[in-house]
Ligand binder design. Structure first.
Ligand code: F6R
Length: 245
């Protein structure tokens, strides 16, 4: 089993290529279950999907599950991943709101919310195509270095470097929630197909570790080497350490 790698020149090419892969999935299987990510990486991909919607691609029978959500932010909080998805995708296309799912980081019983999320995923038949980004420390979703390969959806502490990286979306680092609900490594690996996107030189080291390093929880994305149908779609800068090898 090995991860497929596709390298495109620029982040713009990355977004249009990724959007086309998702569009093909939806055209072939209009009732697809998609796994979605937040962060900077997929923003332009979602914009290209919105363009494709304007040109006739319908999401009306699609179901979505997001990977993660901060703990302690209300759904409507502008910094919540729920708000992010609403802005960048849910409000831009004809997705049925009852088919879009986000972990409930504002639940009074977070453990029950995690179990419920796994149940909902199973009831939907699992993810057909999972979109991922990668942290510069190799995390996928909020599975930080040291996470367990058999982990499911659960509450996690964010690594200090993740808090620092994500502080760009908040007024200050102190405002970044210290915890999140995240899909686990086993949750992610149960998807039928996985597409990981990365652009920029600050992802090059993590990409190289994930693809060419040993499979270890020190680099959670390296667990993707065990998946039978995983593709890394990279721009030239994120791939630069691979092409040097
Ligand atoms: C977000 C997520 C994270 C991000 C990663 C990269 O849902 O799962 O793992 O994909 O932190 O973030 P960006 O894209 O902002 O560099």
């Amino acid at each position: 089993m090995s991860v497929a790698v596709q390298i495109v020149p620029t982040p713009e090419d990355l977004a249009s290529t990724a959007a086309n892969i998702f569009a093909s999935q939806i055209q072939e299987y209009p009732d697809s279950v998609l796994g979605l990510a937040t962060g900077s990486t997929p923003v332009d991909t979602y914009a290209r999907l919105a363009d494709l919607y304007e040109n006739g691609l319908s999401f009306e029978d699609v179901t979505t599950f997001n990977l993660d959500e901060y703990v302690g932010l209300r759904q409507g909080d502008p910094q919540s991943y729920h708000s992010f998805m609403t802005t960048h995708l849910f409000d831009q296309v004809d997705l049925d709101p009852s088919r879009t799912h986000m972990p409930d980081g504002d639940s009074e019983d977070l453990d029950e919310a995690c179990e419920e999320y796994e149940r909902l995923l199973q009831d939907a038949g699992g993810i057909d195509l999972q979109l991922l980004g990668i942290g510069s420390n190799g995390h996928i979703a909020f599975n930080e270095p040291g996470c367990a390969e058999d982990s499911l959806t659960r509450v996690v502490d964010l690594a200090p470097e993740t808090v620092a990286a994500n502080s760009r979306f908040f007024d200050s680092e102190d405002d970044v929630p210290g915890q999140a609900i995240t899909a686990g490594i086993a949750t992610i690996l149960s998807a039928d197909k996985i597409l990981l996107l990365a652009y920029g030189e600050n992802k090059a080291e993590a990409v190289c570790q994930a693809l060419a390093g040993e499979i270890t929880s020190d680099c959670p994305a390296s667990f993707l080497q065990k998946h039978p149908d995983c593709t890394f779609l990279l721009d030239a800068k994120a791939a630069e350490l691979l092409t040097e090898q």
